[in-house]
Design a protein around this ligand. Structure first.
Ligand SMILES: NC(=O)C1=CN([C@@H]2O[C@H](COP(=O)(O)OP(=O)(O)OC[C@H]3O[C@@H](n4cnc5c(N)ncnc54)[C@H](OP(=O)(O)O)[C@@H]3O)[C@@H](O)[C@H]2O)C=CC1
Ligand SMILES: CC(C)(CO)C(=O)C(=O)O
Length: 312
């Protein structure tokens, strides 16, 4: 099985690196930068839970062609980069290449289906977490479970099961999800709980829980989103969902620097539109008030539009 992971950031490197360590046939795609150069020259370093480091030889390519014959294409750029990265690749894959998005936020699978309407595609979520510490070096700091939803076509479903088996052999615990919408929303709640709050406070996920105020903010943001989800037909037990977010922050992802915190630290565009912004937008459309998500979306947007003007 030939695998292409699109996006050589924290999660692309974690997945491609773990797969390659199992001798899988895997390549990364990313535009050229110093991180890519370091991986191509000296391999990828993954720092694991016990601080043990593994160096894995990996190749990051800057071009993709149909003749490369990829069986599985795993999309792991940020949600807002999907179109810019994937549109130029519309003719670069055979129609049986299986697209999988495990990105955060709403709307990723829809973009992939729009760009590759003849390919099978599936959406999933990642309960694990990582950050790029320096060029060619990532910290693996989240250990929750991953899920990938089903594909309609039988041949593609078999390919998906083989891919999931490979992920499990590589130590990335992954299950097949029966109901993709529930899985995507369950992950969205975790991102609502931590990503923007850690980006605003510059804390690791678990440290949001150090104060009653942090926990209250988390509860309010998630509770609003649960009301929106219910309104659009996703069944949610709000209090159980909040309890799960708190548990994950304590047990699975507490030590991780969230992807949105990393964006703010590096003065990059964030995924706010696909996370709190998406909840605020849906709330407006369906008549659910979302003051916490509105406010947080607004503040993150002010921050990302004014990086150059920030005072140290
Ligand atoms: N980090 C985490 O702990 C977790 C992240 N996620 C989700 O996983 C997804 C990936 O996140 P993460 O790995 O953290 O993100 P990163 O920002 O670490 O990586 C994104 C990668 O995409 C590349 N990229 C962006 N735009 C382009 C472009 N136009 N052309 C080519 N390459 C491009 C970036 O390259 P460049 O540096 O050159 O811009 C970068 O290497 C997101 O949806 C995130 O929310 C989910 C669970 C945990
Ligand atoms: C699970 C979590 C919150 C890990 O940090 C994540 O998805 C992210 O950082 O984007």
């Amino acid at each position: 099985m030939k695998i292409l992971v699109i996006g050589a950031g924290a999660m692309g490197c974690l997945f491609a690196g773990r797969l390659k360590a199992q001798q899988a046939d895997v390549l990364l795609y990313n535009r050229y930068n110093t991180h890519v150069e370091q991986i191509n020259q000296s391999g990828l370093v993954i720092v694991e839970r016990d601080d043990k480091e593994t160096t894995i030889p990996l190749k990051v390519v800057q071009a993709v062609a149909k003749e490369d014959g990829y069986d599985v294409v795993l999309v792991l750029v940020k949600a807002h980069a999907n179109k810019a990265v994937l549109e130029p690749m519309r003719e670069s894959f055979s129609p049986d290449a299986l697209f999988i998005t495990m990105q955060n936020g709403l709307g990723n699978l829809e973009t992939i289906k729009e760009l590759f309407p003849n390919n099978p595609s599936a959406a999933g979520t990642m309960g694990c977490g990582a950050s790029v510490e320096s060029d060619g070096r990532i910290l693996h700091r989240g250990w929750g479970k991953n899920y990938i939803g089903p594909v309609e076509e039988t041949a593609a479903q078999e390919k998906l099961l083989d891919f999931i088996a490979l992920l499990n052999r590589s130590g990335l615990q992954t299950d097949v999800a029966e109901d993709v919408q529930t899985v995507i929303w369950n992950k969205l709640f975790v991102n609502l709980a931590y990503n923007s709050l850690t980006a605003l406070t510059r804390l690791r996920n678990g440290d949001i829980l150090n104060t009653d105020e942090g926990q209250d903010l988390l509860r309010n943001v998630v509770r609003e989103a649960a009301q929106v989800a219910e309104r659009i037909g996703v069944t949610v037990d709000a209090e159980q969902t909040i309890a799960n977010c708190l548990r994950m922050g304590r047990e699975d992802i507490g030590a991780n620097k969230s992807s949105m915190l990393m964006d703010v630290l590096h003065k990059r565009k964030t995924e706010i539109d696909a996370i709190n912004g998406a909840v605020a937008k849906l709330g407006k459309r369906h008549g659910v008030e979302t003051p916490y998500n509105d406010l947080i979306t607004g503040i993150i947007k002010v921050i990302e539009a004014n990086y150059d003007l920030q005072v140290d």
